[in-house]
Design a protein around this ligand. Structure first.
Ligand code: GTP
Ligand code: MG
Ligand code: ZN
Length: 281
């Protein structure tokens, strides 16, 4: 029995990256699939039986995202373009909230910097994330992709963002041998949006990166408000609220509301947080 990691699945065939770096195609045993189906990112116990690799067991997951399904993720590369599609802080923040709830570190990737002028208001929106302590990396067709080894090495990253922001384009620029389909190629093939339709982990910069079709639902209905309040990175400030279980809504003595007034916590993020709270209630 060996341990490997699922890097791709197409219908019921899994591609598993073994510890010795070999990639093998495997099937899941009925008992494994009935229990809970293996997903991309899963660590699995795998065995070669009569020249077929078979997944015998899924190791416990340390986190999990759904639609797209992926497990054991260290960080999320939240991608948003400056324009076309327009930069949407509401969407960025919901993605930050969603991954933070799973203890996944959000990193912001802003693309299409080449399409906006120096005094475009989008620069203030980007600065808002930098000021809040988020790691922000900017990309454009007119500039080289920086060496991102420091970000990716030994990590599993999930690349997410709405259709057309340039997820596949960036992966192809980092590693042209990947030849992932982008919207130019899909338009040529007569397909519309959502060029990327399945989740696959690629070995890049000494780590694994999943190009995903983006999260189809940013659904918070099952989320506990307090879990959300406690996971949002820029809400973790030194000064405590009067109540330990404060969800920063209407409670007296709320340090977050105070920090928002003093511009120490982003009012954009706080507003988006309140909207999400309302959607839960
Ligand atoms: N000007 C400019 N165009 C870009 C940049 N990045 C991507 N594009 C273009 O944006 C379009 C969409 O890129 P894709 O890489 O297919 O986008 P995606 O996020 O993978 O989209 P889906 O697979 O549908 O989710 C393509 O026409 C790209 O050439 C950029 O930095 N600057
Ligand atoms: Mg794509
Ligand atoms: Zn509070």
């Amino acid at each position: 029995m060996m341990i490997g990691r699922i890097i791709k699945l197409v219908s019921n065939q899994y591609t598993v990256l073994l510890e010795d770096k070999r990639q093998v195609k495997a099937l899941a045993m009925g008992k494994v699939r009935l229990d809970k189906a293996p997903i991309a990112g899963d660590f699995v116990a795998i065995e070669e039986l009569e020249e077929h690799w078979v997944i015998q067991e899924i190791q416990p997951r340390f986190n999990e995202l759904s639609r797209p399904s992926i497990a054991n993720v260290d960080q999320a590369l939240i991608m948003m373009s400056t324009t076309a599609p327009k930069f949407a802080p509401g969407l960025v923040d919901r993605m930050i909230f969603l991954v933070s709830l799973e203890n996944i570190k959000p990193i912001l990737f802003v693309t299409k910097m080449d399409l906006v002028s120096k005094n475009d208001p989008v620069h203030d929106l980007i600065a808002d994330y930098k000021d809040a302590g988020y790691n922000v990396v900017e990309f454009g067709k007119d500039r080289d992709v920086p060496d991102l080894t420091y970000l990716f090495k030994d990590k599993v990253s999930v690349l997410t963002g709405n259709s057309g922001v340039g997820k596949s384009t960036l992966l192809n620029r980092i590693d042209p041998t990947l030849q992932i389909r982008t919207q130019e190629t899909s338009i040529a093939l007569g397909r519309g949006k959502h060029t990327t339709t399945h989740t696959q982990l690629h070995e890049i910069y000494g780590g694994l990166i999943a190009d995903t079709p983006g999260f189809s639902t940013l659904d918070f209905s099952q989320v506990e408000p307090l879990d959300l309040a406690l996971s949002i990175p820029d809400f973790q400030i030194d000064k405590p609220c009067r109540f330990r279980n404060c969800i920063h809504q209407n409670e007296p003595g709320c340090a977050i509301k105070e920090a928002v007034k003093q511009n120490r916590v982003s009012s954009i993020r706080y507003q988006n947080y309140l909207e999400v709270l309302e959607s839960i209630e």
